[in-house]
Design a protein around this ligand. Structure first.
Ligand code: ADP
Length: 496
């Protein structure tokens, strides 16, 4: 019998009024049903937003160090339960336990980072134009935050959004991805155990158009933070734009790793393998393009194929597995479709391009895939695939490498392998992306750094780091005039 899970609204676990449910199955083994979840809609969203709205008054007046203290406890509980949470996340979305452990660890790191922010939340003191006048800027919470999250980082992304929102004094409603709802339930249980007051955090399960959309549209939701596909992000942006609602979007990527002719090829190979096939290529920062100097392209390609074909593909719960399944059959169809497109466009498929066979046939397994001879006009060079597919494009010099990397609608992560420090710094300057790694793969962001991307990856915001607070706060300028007289700024009365 599959477990039955509920929504978490106003500190209580509840089913939907209609009783509708949906199932969540293990992508490595579709006979394994993780649980049955409430198929929620506008009614449940309205209830959750109402609860969050009423809790806002108390929570926003709770001293930030106390808010941080609860977040710290959440971090402690996540740490104590890390292994169990990682295994559940692997069952839900497939990536290997070492990676879901890393996913939970990001939640822990994020908890401690933002717990500390409860004792900072720095503003600025700024000199005024007059004597006997004091000026400062302070952060104020916005109100109810609507968080819409994907399945590829089922613990990290809800915490990336949730902890900064909470420490800043907002309350929240989370609509977690329909492919990883159980991990979100565990996070709510942990909030409850850590002593979060009722209504401050709420979770509503359901699908995007029926549960996500009403959350975005709700007039009492002051800010929406979304991570997911560009298609959905565009819809949400249109909605929020019409309402002049605050919105942070984190969407696709088409990340590239440059390998110059002076690079340490063994190191570049390790980076490419991890960047392209880690999380089965389902990270928004995954390496989907290798831009390789023609002098070493043949050698690196052979090395890559040799290693990629030996990657152990299988159930992520098995400790020996190096690459798990894709999240579901729909995604597998999409990845297979892109492989077909690549071949039709004239790219050379030199490894993979097909689903797993034999004992892998029943799960959503797709084999590590490498294309070479990929040119900039091809769709597999330009469009996000979100699977274990990497394309190799040859270039002749550094300038061409940067131009080729920047030839993308997206600008999330990027990487260059070179031993030349001048080129490395030039790359930092010229690559149009939110993240650049030197001699490291395109994946591996740390929570104390700003995360996000340029161009179609986002809408100008960054998550986590200290700047992550900007999404969830409004700045207020405060002037204190202790001169006892009217002092008129912005007019020409300066007598200095
Ligand atoms: P992915 O490819 O990661 O599944 P989606 O953009 O489809 O990307 O989903 C990311 C999140 O956005 C999920 O929680 C999903 O339910 C939600 N979502 C999908 N469509 C909508 C929508 N129209 N409005 C609000 N949320 C949506």
């Amino acid at each position: 019998m599959a477990d039955t899970y509920k929504n978490f609204i106003n500190g209580e676990w509840s089913a939907t009024a209609s009783g509708g449910t949906f199932e969540n199955r293990n992508p490595a083994d579709p006979t394994d049903v993780i649980g049955v979840f409430p198929e929620s809609g506008e009614e449940e969203i309205n209830e959750a937003v109402k609860a969050a709205r009423s809790a806002f008054q108390g929570w926003s007046h709770t001293p930030p160090p106390h808010r941080g203290e609860i977040i710290r406890k959440v971090g402690d509980i996540l740490a104590a339960r890390k292994d169990e949470l990682a295994r559940l996340a692997t069952r839900e979305m497939g990536k290997i336990v070492a990676e879901t452990g890393g996913d939970v660890q990001e939640g822990i790191d994020c908890a401690y980072l933002f717990a500390g922010e409860g004792r900072r939340l720095f503003g600025e003191t700024i000199p005024c134009e007059f004597a006997n006048k004091f000026g400062m800027s302070i952060r104020r919470p916005i109100g109810v935050a609507g968080l819409i999250t994907p399945w590829n980082f089922p613990m990290a992304i809800p915490t990336w959004k949730g902890f900064p929102a909470l420490v800043a004094g907002n309350t929240l409603v989370l609509k977690a991805a329909e492919d990883s709802p159980a991990t979100a339930v565990k996070l709510m249980e942990i909030f409850e155990e850590a002593g979060m007051p009722p209504g401050v955090v709420n979770l509503v399960h359901g699908h995007g158009p029926t549960a996500g959309a009403p959350l975005v549209k709700h007039p009492d939701v002051g800010v929406v933070s979304f991570t997911g596909s560009s298609e959905t992000g565009r819809l949400i942006a249109r909605e929020c734009g019409g309402m002049l609602k605050r919105l942070s979007l984190e969407m696709g990527g088409k990340n590239a790793q440059i390998v110059m002719d002076d690079a340490d090829l063994d190191l570049a190979l390790e980076g490419a393998l991890w960047g392209a096939f880690g999380t089965t290529g389902q990270r928004c920062t995954a390496t989907s393009r290798l831009i390789v100097h023609k002098k070493i392209a043949g050698q690196l390609t052979d090395m890559l194929v040799e290693r990629a074909k030996k990657l152990r593909v299988g159930n992520g719960l098995d400790d020996s597995t190096e690459m798990g399944p894709l999240v579901n059959e729909k995604q597998l169809g999409r990845v297979a479709g892109y492989c077909k497109i690549g071949v039709e466009e004239g790219a050379e498929l030199i490894l993979g391009g097909e689903r797993g066979s034999g004992k892998l046939a029943k799960g959503a397994f797709f084999m590590p895939t490498v294309f070479r001879g990929v040119t900039r006009n091809m769709r597999i060079f330009q469009e996000e695939i979100f699977g274990p597919v990497v394309s190799i494009t040859e270039i002749g010099d550094f300038d061409e490498a940067i131009e080729t990397l920047n030839d993308s609608a997206y600008g999330l992560s990027s990487s260059i392998y070179t031993r030349d420090v001048n080129r490395a710094f030039k790359a930092v300057e010229d690559i149009d992306a939110g993240i650049t790694y030197i001699n490291g793969p395109t994946i591996g962001a740390e929570v104390q750094f700003p995360f996000g991307g340029n161009k179609n990856t986002g809408n100008g915001h960054r998550e986590v780091g200290t700047v992550g607070l900007d999404v969830f706060t409004e700045w207020k300028a405060v002037y204190v005039d202790y001169s006892g007289k009217l002092q008129r700024a912005q007019i020409d009365t300066f007598e200095g």
